[in-house]
Ligand binder design. Structure first.
Ligand SMILES: NC(=O)C1=CN([C@@H]2O[C@H](COP(=O)(O)OP(=O)(O)OC[C@H]3O[C@@H](n4cnc5c(N)ncnc54)[C@H](O)[C@@H]3O)[C@@H](O)[C@H]2O)C=CC1
Ligand SMILES: C[C@H](CCCC(C)(C)O)[C@H]1CC[C@H]2[C@@H]3[C@H](O)CC4=CC(=O)CC[C@]4(C)[C@H]3CC[C@]12C
Length: 369
């Protein structure tokens, strides 16, 4: 008893802890981090599920706050040993303005870094994205690449631009002296497209399929591979990095790691069918039903409609030139850097990740009826 009380000494802060990934990180920390004494969850919108966590042995502190407000961030960071910064605006559909995306993703990250420096927190884990690398605006393939694969990372869309700037800030902050004189140790994790329980876009595709009589229509050639990773494994990587940063600061500080697991390489649509198929949906066509030029035209039309309708309503369909380019460009990673640097092995096999995700989609189906 005394031993476990002594071992429980660490205070962690998870920003964006009520988001899709953030919730998995929070639950994973509570299950897998025996040294945890207090877990602070900082988010603009706090979820009701947090209540159930408050009865466990770890003190769970829910903080409703905004990363763009430096004083709120500093108050939440003060006294934390580790910050896992997952909060961000994930918008590739034009729902929010580029300025707001920049403010949350870049200024928010700057506030987190400054809060660490001012309050003496030494370890910062940042959730970056594969989008920091690509696909680029030229649509060049990145085929089974790793952290050192040369690639022309050129972006125009506000989301990848903001993630790239924020990642750069985090990596440059590695080694800065924090209050007390010790160096800040930072690193960035770059998930590919995350899937799993709570994935909003998967839910959207499922509902779209139901509306279309149980069918989805192939839009992207099956040969275009899109990297995907299970949310539980992404969360597990965050937990491991947070734990190991202190012991392997020289090796891990200032590094980037792709998040990967054993999920198969497939096209975006074929991959989704691994879950939606067992839930009764069918992907129609072995080839795209519409020619690419027509899809591009429809995507451009959606942009125009979004602009025209803006004064009346928010029109933000899944198809736009950016999402089309994303889905239509091969981008897959093959790396073992996380294993070499901090002993990462996926916690969930592909079969388990698939089963869990299917069960979740089925539960979504149940709750929709
Ligand atoms: N979903 C994906 O496929 C991928 C996501 N990522 C990154 O992972 C992180 C988490 O993404 P998701 O969980 O998918 O998104 P999400 O939208 O589900 O979660 C983001 C969380 O951040 C919170 N948040 C947003 N603005 C905030 C603000 N101003 N102050 C405080 N909290 C704020 C939201 O309330 C939400 O709970 C993001 O940084 C994203 O860029 C990276 C690669 C892939
Ligand atoms: C919504 C896209 C698929 C629509 C294709 C259509 C309209 C032809 O049916 C998604 C295709 C690729 C996705 C993105 C990708 O997985 C990488 C991402 C990383 C992030 O950091 C955030 C999410 C996302 C941008 C993800 C968003 C949805 C897609 C564009």
């Amino acid at each position: 008893m005394a031993d476990s009380a002594q071992a429980q000494k660490l205070v962690y802060l998870v920003t964006g802890g009520c988001g899709f990934l953030g919730e998995h990180v929070v639950r994973m920390l509570l299950q897998q981090e025996p040294q945890l004494r207090e877990l602070r969850i900082f988010d603009l919108h706090l979820g009701p599920w947090l209540e159930e966590l408050k009865t466990g042995p770890v003190q769970v502190t829910a903080i409703q706050g905004d990363v763009t407000q430096a004083h709120e961030v500093a108050a939440a960071v003060a006294g934390a040993h580790v910050v896992i910064h997952t909060a961000g605006l994930v918008d590739v559909f034009g729902k929010t303005s580029p300025e707001t995306i920049h403010e949350v993703n870049v200024q928010g990250t700057r506030n987190v870094i400054e809060a660490c420096v001012q309050t003496g927190t030494r370890f910062l884990v940042y959730t970056s994205s594969m989008e920091v690398v690509g696909p680029n605006i030229k649509g060049q393939p990145f085929y089974r690449g790793n952290e050192n694969t040369p690639y022309e990372a050129v972006h125009r869309h506000p989301y990848p631009c903001s993630k790239a700037l924020a990642e750069q800030l985090v990596l440059e902050a590695n080694g800065r002296k924090v209050l007390g004189g010790l160096p800040l140790v930072t690193c960035a994790l770059r998930p590919t497209g995350i899937y799993g329980e709570g994935h909003q876009i998967m839910r959207d595709f499922y509902h779209q399929g139901l509306r279309l009589g149980g069918r989805l229509f192939r839009a992207i050639p099956a040969s275009v591979e899109h990297g995907r990773v299970y949310v539980g494994n992404v969360a597990w990587m965050h937990v491991l990095v947070a734990r190991e940063l202190e012991h392997r600061a020289a090796l891990m500080g200032g590094q980037v790691y792709f998040c990967y697991d054993n999920s198969p390489y497939k096209s975006y649509e074929d991959f989704n069918m691994e879950f939606l198929g067992p839930c009764g949906l069918r992907l129609v066509g072995t080839r795209p039903l519409l020619p690419y030029w027509l899809l591009l035209f429809l995507a451009a039309l959606n942009v125009l409609l979004q602009w025209l309708l803006r004064p009346l309503l928010l029109y933000a369909p899944l198809l736009n030139p950016y999402t089309l380019a994303m889905a239509n460009t091969t981008f897959t990673v093959s790396t073992d850097k996380a294993r070499r640097h901090f002993g990462y092995e996926p916690l969930f096999s592909w079969e388990e990740s698939r089963t869990r995700t299917i069960r979740w989609v089925q539960a979504v189906e149940g709750s929709a009826q």
